[in-house]
Design a protein around this ligand. Structure first.
Ligand SMILES: [Zn+2]
Length: 495
């Protein structure tokens, strides 16, 4: 079929994940991004990807608003003096894009393109938040991008401009701030595990891997099929550092000036998208949860061009079914392109459309149709009268299959050892987490982490598990220095 464009992935996901991932994202795959924009590291998000991303944003908006956050939108540019006011946070400066000119004039003060929002938002918080009565104060911005001068870039994993989400909360006490960290985790559970069917572990990051300026960083990591950790969210306990740097002060009940406590939460929209692609996808393309898919059901007419009458009848039936399904409240299309049914099947499978409906001349006569899930591809003939019930059932089974497959994949990706030699050996070929006893995740342990990284060629200490934490035994020794191990940490390679 000369008129059909070429689609299809030429490598197997398990054999060459990196190439598989690129192909799925690009022209021959699901056409998620276009990297031909012409500025290195800046990509165009195409409609299919953008619709998925929008849905992820919607989920988070709903959850953070339920948790009492108000939306706002701050400018993209940040005055330099604000960006560097918090000493540790100023460490962002080397990765920042700067605007230095406007028209033919050089700007008197250069401004940064936001690498993250704290330094844009907190000087204004200092004006808004004056009294304990203003607290807790919870704000967020959604559907924005940030800019970082990354050296290497990959679609949805690392970009110079990337999709961002941030909440910024202010509390009267540190206790309330830590309670928010738990709430942020619940939001991740709700959106990423329940709705997107993506598995992950919450970690407390080591001191050397925390957000610049934060007291502590908590993060959720999943594993991509190449074994690298993918940080899908982080919540930073900012303590009072930013409040002090940006003069956010409140009058307490006794009229005394106090510094409040702050947290910020950032689900990595880009990284979550990468996980959706990488973890759920298979050798033929994307697999999307039913509720996430831009098109939830695709109807493919099975027609034979020789018999015009039959063809007409089939098409009419497809249109009729489409209207019916629309009325059930689902997003549905009929593929009326000139392509062969086989090509159409491949195309919609590549895009990850959860449910396919096939209608041929026989089905049009009999008031039946064939329904298939993207996960198992198992076909089932059903009566049109049972359509609504069958769609619901198929969607439920599909999501269950996705969740089970992803959890099973993730559970099988952790090994453990207490020997350095074995750790090095495992990390050479293993694609996953390795649990090891480790001396300390306070700054004392940084030297061991550096050695570990060097000897395992890129292994990072992800931190200690927050839920059901594993305690080191009294006899456990740090896998690197041999001193007493305070923790069991997870090690993985990272993007
Ligand atoms: Zn050590």
């Amino acid at each position: 079929m000369g008129k059909e464009e070429k689609i299809g992935i030429t490598v197997k996901k398990d054999e060459n994940f990196s190439e598989w991932y690129s192909q799925v994202c690009l022209e021959q795959g699901a056409k998620l991004v276009d990297i031909r924009y012409g500025v290195q590291g800046f990509v165009v998000h195409r409609p299919w990807a953008f619709k998925i991303l929008r849905r992820v944003y919607d989920y988070f908006d709903e959850e953070v608003e339920k948790d009492g956050h108000q939306p706002f939108l701050f400018p993209t540019v940040i005055p330099e003096e604000n960006l560097i006011r918090e000493k540790e946070h100023a460490g962002f400066a080397p990765d920042v894009f700067w605007v230095t000119e406007a028209g033919t004039e050089k700007l008197e003060r250069r401004v940064a393109l936001r690498p993250t929002g704290e330094t844009a938002i907190y000087p204004i918080y200092a004006l808004w938040i004056r009294s304990y009565k203003d607290l807790p104060f919870k704000g967020y911005q959604s559907r924005i991008t940030v800019f970082r001068n990354e050296k290497t870039t990959r679609p949805f994993l690392r970009g110079r401009e990337f999709m961002f989400y941030e909440t910024h909360d202010v509390f009267a006490t540190h206790k309330e701030a830590t309670q928010q960290i738990t709430k942020d985790m619940e939001i991740m559970e709700e959106v990423v595990r329940k709705k997107l069917k993506l598995p992950f572990i919450f970690f407390k990051r080591p001191q050397w891997d925390k957000f610049k300026g934060a007291d502590e960083t908590y993060a959720s990591d999943t594993l991509m099929p190449d074994g690298k950790r993918n940080q899908m969210s982080s919540t930073h306990d900012l303590g009072q550092k930013f409040a002090k740097a940006y003069q956010i002060q409140i009058q307490d009940e006794n009229g005394k000036e106090q510094y409040p406590w702050q947290t910020c939460f950032g689900p990595g929209i880009y990284r979550i998208m990468a996980a959706l692609i990488g973890i759920h996808g298979d050798d033929t393309g994307l697999i999307l949860p039913f509720d996430v898919a831009p098109t939830q059901l695709i109807i493919v007419p099975i027609t034979f061009s020789k018999d015009q009458e039959k063809t007409k009848k089939v098409i009419a039936k497809c249109q009729q079914i489409k209207e019916k399904i629309k009325n059930f409240g689902y997003r549905v299309e009929v593929d009326l392109t000139e392509n062969s049914p086989g090509f159409k099947f491949n195309n919609w499978e590549m895009l990850g459309v959860p449910i396919r409906i096939e209608i041929g001349p026989k089905e049009a006569e009999e008031e039946t149709l064939t329904i298939a899930r993207r996960t198992s591809r198992e076909k089932k003939k059903i009566k049109i009268a049972e359509l609504e019930k069958e769609i619901k059932k198929s969607a439920e089974i599909l999501e269950k299959e996705m969740a089970e497959k992803a959890e099973k994949y993730f559970e099988g990706k952790t090994k453990e050892t207490n020997s350095k030699k074995e750790l090095i050996e495992i990390m050479r070929t293993y694609r996953g987490f390795v649990k090891v006893p480790f001396c300390s995740i306070s700054s004392d342990g940084e030297k061991c982490a550096d050695i570990l990284k060097e000897e395992t060629v890129g292994g990072c200490v992800c931190g200690i598990k927050l839920e059901n934490p594993e305690k080191a035994k009294k006899t456990d020794k740090c896998v690197i220095c041999g001193k007493e191990a305070k923790h069991i940490v997870y090690v993985a390679k990272s993007y």
